[in-house]
Design a protein around this ligand. Structure first.
Ligand code: ATP
Ligand code: MG
Length: 180
């Protein structure tokens, strides 16, 4: 199955993002907009693993000891850049805590034989993806002042399964791991 590890977001932040995405969607209807119920902050993309290895992964994640931390959601932008936009994202700022959690997870899975991430970690929420006519369509989406979506305390992260579906992949939580 296809797996990734991520933070979920609380209802109040999701509601603000939903409202923002509805407005933005009207400006860029051709982009592939994410399902709001699936919004998450990816910590580690694992990819395909044999079902038999899932328990091993859960055990490795369970052994991680990191304290809860604050995460702020604000601003929007593009990957890799506005002129070659592929992903339209909302900004996620957890200070050093978020990259530290991501790299701790990465190290825990490396011990199981999974390859370490080679690219730098840029925490974000993917709001939409686009492949055609990215610039003209999405540029109006960047407002003069960055939208504020709220702050949460991250107290838990999740192992998710991703299943491709019409209208965007569907994500299912397999297990939660408390930060403490
Ligand atoms: P789809 O691939 O159907 O467009 P998706 O990208 O959301 O949807 P997955 O490819 O299963 O679904 O990815 C699950 C999560 O992992 C997403 O947040 C995605 O951005 C992230 N992800 C996927 N591939 C990578 C990768 N190679 N490196 C880092 N993160 C990734
Ligand atoms: Mg993908």
């Amino acid at each position: 199955m296809r797996l990734f590890i991520a933070l979920d977001i609380p209802a109040d932040i999701r509601a603000r993002l939903t409202e923002y995405m509805e407005q933005a969607r009207a400006l860029a209807p051709e982009a592939r907009w994410a399902r709001v119920e699936g919004l998450h902050v990816t910590l580690k993309f694992v990819g395909h693993v044999d079902d038999a290895r899932v328990d091993q992964i859960k055990a490795a994640l369970k052994s991680i000891k990191i304290a809860p931390f604050e995460v702020n959601f604000a601003g929007v932008g593009f990957f890799p850049n506005p002129n070659a936009a592929r992903v339209f994202w909302a900004g996620v700022d957890g200070g050093d805590h978020l990259p530290r959690l991501a790299s701790t997870i990465d190290a825990a899975l490396e011990k199981l034989g999974f390859e370490r991430e080679t690219k730098p970690y840029h925490p974000h929420l993917t709001l939409a993806r686009t492949s055609s006519r990215p610039v003209r369509e999405l540029r109006p989406l960047v407002p003069d002042s960055p939208p504020q979506f709220g702050t949460m305390t991250a107290r838990e992260f999740f192992l998710y399964q991703s299943q491709p579906q019409k209208g965007g992949s569907k994500y299912t939580k397999l297990e939660g791991f408390r930060l403490e």
